[in-house]
Design a binder for this molecule. Structure first.
Ligand code: MOS
Length: 754
């Protein structure tokens, strides 16, 4: 990493809570060595004694019913132990076709012979070996009664979804749209299309399930461990405390591992039916069916602008694909609610039912697709008004949240624009396209986009146990998907306890720990971090009380508020010569440990009063071969303001990951459905393109100083998803600036440019 990418940007002082010396440090991942040496055990690394292997047989049609399965042939194969089909599938306590809870999706667990999408589970083969189970599944040779597949925006019935995302209303209106449009000096009326994208975490979904009478142990990567334990318990009608879900390491989550899907349930069913541990790992191609994806969208935007390029109206309609049996919608139009000051904003979401697996959350769900269209439409508006795209955004800067009229909890977006533009060298960019070429004759273009992502919090709990030897155990059932949660959360915990991070033993990733909440929505550090910090300060408060009441302590007579915890000692706030180590306080009190407990979650009053978002600005340079249409992104600079940054190295890594996904969205990713069969024809990493190292340019992610005194006591927002937003538009706009061609369908391909 070049020097200029290291930690030259100053970090926020604490807004409410003063953090100690661990926070703000660019510590490397504490689990990094385990991962690079192979010592980290992922779900599929578990092999309990007597374990069997399950392989799912999936449908090759997208709609109809399974007419026959050659169960006898599969069972006759050496090593095959059982074949589970709808005919012999044991009952579940809950109906998979009824939604349960916030993250409850309808799913397929062999409840009948219907086929609702290609790659839907239609049988499970359990065998002594993976090879035998695989061959058994092949031998099932299904026949079908095929109904025509409904694929594409014109393929199925359009409907008004009851809600979008998780609980948001599908329609939104503020101000007088018609008046704003008719008052406009310029009108941009434009359409954008984004494709279906599928989850391709390095680690596919995997589960090892083991029953011991009515107790269930599950090893499976999961983003919401304690909540999911409860859901599994309900489906199998056992008390939640009988289920132990272990998820110490995840090889990527991205929203897909926040939901329960059919394969999980089928593996647990098989284990119960056969009274043996069973392992099920989805092969790569089965990631393209039962475990969620980003639905395709068609978006229509109308922007009214006055003569100076100020929005008079902003209308954003999104049509999204969803399955025939559930309602998850890629909430693309929400991207227009909170970013640009427009006196009138109107958004609509509609959906189309097609024969695909149900979409679900996928990194920056809604915002990624919606921001792509919005940022390109803004660029069209800037061109129409003859205004620089950055100036355009400044003229439409929202000082209060346009959707709610509330002030922002903090918004350092102006600084993101300024510092990002400075670092990129945006000044002097020619307004017209096709003005810049490199020596090789390739067209060069510069584009930019604004980035925005909500800063939600969920609910979390944590426990901190101070030990007499001056170390501490901190515990929360959080999830490290690779983002570095173990490290960042331990840093926060260390500061809550006034201990060096080396003294912190951090336990996470297991459902027998306090509920760490959901590692999603870019809210995990804020939520679980708050719980851990509160647990630490709770333990310290108890310790301080003991010392204050102990005549033998130098801190005798000091109230709770009169001490400070640092380096394993409590200090009198005004008389530094009075201090005592945690160990001495505990020893005299005859205690081996002292325990603190804490919760994390948003103060509801703060949530009502303020609009809370992370912001950013992304600048892109592309080179386009004018003869071949080949696009190379040559530079990406993002500047992001996301409250207090606990670990700049890991935050930057998250932002790089998001920006790379943005590049992937702009130029690579698309799942292609064959309209006749309904099958995805590129359901593998050969045909489903994602960027490789050679596609990634020099990148910078600047962390912009931002004190947010309202978002939570620690001042923490999220960085996990925002990097995608802004980046897609920046690259597409740079391509327009290079070529003069406005491509309104993603991914942008060679054939769009020649
Ligand atoms: Mo993310 S889509 O909140 O895991």
């Amino acid at each position: 990493m070049p020097d200029h990418m290291s930690d030259t940007i100053p970090f926020s002082a604490a807004p409410h809570v003063r953090l100690g010396s661990s926070s703000g440090q660019p510590i490397t991942r504490r689990d990094g060595v385990l991962k690079v040496t192979g010592a980290a055990t992922y779900a599929a690394d578990n092999h309990p004694a007597g374990m069997l292997h399950a392989v799912i047989a999936v449908s090759t049609i997208a709609r109809g019913r399974v007419a026959s399965l050659d169960v006898a042939a599969a069972k006759a194969h050496p090593g095959v132990v059982e074949v589970i089909t709808p005919a012999n599938r044991p009952p579940l306590a809950l109906d998979p076709d009824v939604k349960h809870g916030m993250f409850g999706f309808r799913f397929d667990a062999l409840q009948n012979d219907r086929v609702r999408y290609a790659k839907q589970p239609i049988a499970v083969v359990v065998a002594q070996t993976l090879e035998a189970a695989t061959e058994g599944a092949r031998l099932l040779s299904p026949t079908y009664e095929i109904e025509p597949a409904r694929i594409g925006f014109d393929g199925g019935e359009h409907f008004d979804p009851p809600m979008v995302s998780i609980g948001a209303p599908p329609n939104f209106d503020r101000g007088d749209l018609a008046a704003g449009l008719s008052a406009a000096a310029h009108l941009i009326d434009t359409h954008y299309e984004t494709p279906a994208q599928y989850h391709n975490a390095m680690e596919p979904h995997a589960i090892v399930a083991e029953w011991d009478s009515d107790r269930l142990t599950i090893d499976t990567p999961n983003q919401a461990i304690v909540m999911m334990r409860g859901a599994f318990a309900e489906f199998f009608d056992v008390p939640a405390e009988n289920v132990h879900l272990r998820s110490p390491f995840l090889g990527g989550g991205f929203g897909s591992k926040a939901i329960m899907a059919g394969p999980h349930i089928l593996c647990i069913l098989a284990a119960r039916m056969l009274r043996r541990p069973v392992k099920l790992v989805l092969p790569r191609d089965q990631m393209y069916g039962p475990v969620g994806h980003r639905g395709a969208t068609q978006q229509h935007l109308r922007l009214g602008l006055d003569a100076e390029g100020r929005l008079t109206a902003l209308e954003h309609h999104a049509l999204a694909t969803t399955s025939s049996f559930d309602d998850f919608i890629e909430a693309a139009a929400n991207a227009s609610h909170n970013l640009y000051a427009s006196p009138a904003i109107s958004t609509r979401h509609r959906a189309v039912r097609v024969d695909i697996g149900t979409p679900g959350p996928m990194r920056a769900p809604g915002e990624a697709s919606g921001s792509a269209a919005l940022e390109c439409a803004l660029d069209e508006a800037a061109a129409a008004c003859g205004i620089d795209p950055l100036e355009m955004r400044l003229r439409n800067y929202a000082d209060i949240d346009p959707a709610t009229g509330r002030p922002y909890s903090a918004k350092a977006l102006r600084a993101c624009y300024a510092q990002g533009a400075e670092r990129f060298g945006w000044a002097g960019r020619p307004l017209a396209p096709r003005q810049m070429r490199c020596d090789a004759g390739h067209l060069i273009g510069w584009g930019m986009g604004s980035a925005l992502f909500p800063a939600p919090m969920f609910q979390a709990e944590a426990r901190a146990t101070l030990r007499a030897d001056g170390t501490a155990l901190v515990e929360t059932a959080g999830a490290d998907m690779g983002q570095g949660a173990w490290t960042v959360l331990a840093q926060i915990a260390a500061d809550g306890l006034g201990l060096d991070i080396e003294k912190i033993e951090f336990r996470s990733g297991s459902s027998d720990l306090p509920d760490g909440g959901v590692a999603g929505g870019s809210g995990h550090t804020a939520t679980a971090g708050s719980a851990l910090h509160n647990a630490g300060t709770d333990a310290i408060a108890k310790l301080a009380e003991i010392a204050a009441n102990d005549p033998a302590s130098p801190l005798f007579g000091t109230g709770n508020a009169g001490v400070e915890a640092r380096n394993g000692r409590l200090y009198h706030r005004s008389d530094r010569s009075r201090s005592e180590s945690y160990g001495d306080i505990l020893a005299r009190a005859g205690l081996a440990t002292i325990e603190g407990n804490g919760k994390g979650g948003r103060d509801p009053a703060a949530a009502e009063a303020r609009a809370m978002f992370s912001h950013g600005a992304v600048f892109a340079e592309v080179k386009v071969d004018p003869d071949l249409g080949q696009v190379r992104v040559t530079r990406l600079v993002g500047a992001f303001a996301a409250g207090r940054i606990i670990n700049p190295r890991l935050a930057r890594s998250q932002l790089y990951g998001g920006m790379i996904w943005g590049l992937s969205f702009a130029l690579h990713e698309e799942a292609i459905h064959d309209r006749r069969s309904g099958r995805i024809i590129n359901a593998d990493l050969a045909g489903y393109h994602i960027p490789v190292h050679a596609d990634i340019p020099e990148m910078e992610a600047l962390l912009i100083d931002e004190d947010d005194p309202y978002v939570n006591g620690l001042g923490i927002k999220g960085v996990g998803e925002i990097g995608i937003t802004g980046t897609v538009g920046a690259i597409a706009n740079a391509i327009w600036h290079a070529t003069g061609v406005r491509v309104r369908r993603f991914p942008i391909r060679i054939e769009d440019l020649i």
